[in-house]
Design a binder for this molecule. Structure first.
Ligand code: TXD
Length: 312
């Protein structure tokens, strides 16, 4: 059992999923924070009561007070609203920005040394806003999207080939929106490059489903967005940091000239360990992939300009 303090800001669908996964993995003690009275307290108590069933000694608590974030080692932020059918992630910009700003101001006061993982949409703009509001080093503020998008593509490839998803590794980069880019040459199936097993036409269909995978679930749920796989993806990032795993994960990281981009957060593969983002890995792209990636960066830029125009 690792006795680090992990704060989950937002105790909704993803927050609750993460609390359970963290307790099962015993990655630390868990504080759930939300503005709704009773929900963080109720969810943490519910999991506390199940600990003897899952053999966990994690301690969970729930609060409506940001002061309880004090001394957190890791903070995962899902505070905000999810989309409903017919909405794009970008439609959440205004409402979620004001929430991220509040949480960021609180984090600056209470947990200046934390590793911060932002999950709230529109992801790339929200993680940019969080870094800007807190002023924390960019390697300690990251966004979760690429782990999820890559897992979705890996799932669809595994389903198509009839193989185990655990043997498929995939890379989906760019902004977490309709313009995200799936890389044909970066998928491996048990170490075998995908182009040896699947033609590009089939892959393109799976890539299109990946770009729309969040919307597919929103349309099914009708009253919210995906939460199990997003929650598990964020925990994978927290684990890489807490256990200094040097994991290669795709996440929204601040680019400083890599891929020809400077000063923007965008989904790229990184090495994640005890220093947070320890290195950004540069994937070589063909002309079509580079054009698609640049188009995705352009979409992120538009949202970030809005944030810059609204931040104090
Ligand atoms: O890949 C990704 N990054 C994502 C992101 C994948 C799926 C969903 N993604 C986004 O995560 C989604 O669009 C939302 O913006 C967030 C959270 O999704 P979730 O499904 O967990 O939403 P809920 O269930 O509505 O939970 C949000 C909680 C809710 O309990 C609110 O009361 C709370 O956030 N909330 C706050 N907590 C703390 N502080 C403030 N200010 C606050 N405002 C709302």
């Amino acid at each position: 059992m690792c006795r680090k303090k992990i704060a989950l800001v937002g105790a909704g669908q993803i927050g609750g999923t993460m609390a359970l996964a963290l307790a099962q993995k015993q990655l630390g003690d868990i504080v759930l924070v939300d503005v709704v009275e009773g929900v963080p307290q109720g969810k943490s108590l519910d999991i506390m009561e199940g600990r003897s069933v899952i053999n966990s000694s994690a301690i969970l608590s729930g609060t409506n007070n940001y002061a309880d974030l004090a001394g957190s080692d890791v903070v995962i932020v899902t505070a905000g609203v999810p989309r409903k059918p017919g909405m794009s992630r970008d439609d959440l910009l205004g409402i979620n920005y004001s929430i991220i700003e509040k949480v960021g101001i609180a984090l600056k006061e209470t947990a200046p040394n934390a590793f911060v993982i932002v999950v709230t949409n529109p992801l790339d703009a929200m993680v940019y806003a969080m870094q800007k509001v807190t002023g924390f080093p960019a390697n300690k503020v990251v966004g979760m999207a690429g782990v999820l998008d890559s897992a979705r593509l890996a799932c669809f490839v595994a389903m198509e080939l009839g193989v185990s998803a655990e043997d498929v590794q995939a890379v989906v980069m760019g902004g977490h929106g309709d313009t995200m880019v799936s890389f044909y040459n970066c998928v491996s199936v048990g170490g075998i490059p995908l182009p040896q097993l699947m033609n590009k036409e089939t892959f393109d269909k799976l890539a299109a489903r990946t770009a729309n995978a969040g919307g597919e679930i929103v349309n099914l749920l009708k009253n919210g967005s995906a939460f199990y796989s997003p929650g598990l993806s964020a925990i994978k990032m927290a684990e890489a940091y807490l256990l200094d795993k040097k994991s290669v994960l795709t996440c929204a990281a601040m680019l400083n000239g890599e891929y020809g981009v400077k000063g923007l957060y965008c989904g790229v593969p990184v090495v994640m360990g005890a220093k947070g983002v320890e290195k950004i890995l540069e994937v070589s792209m063909n002309d079509a992939e580079k054009a698609a990636f640049d188009n995705s960066v352009k979409a992120v830029k538009g949202l970030v300009e809005w944030v810059d125009g609204h931040s104090k």
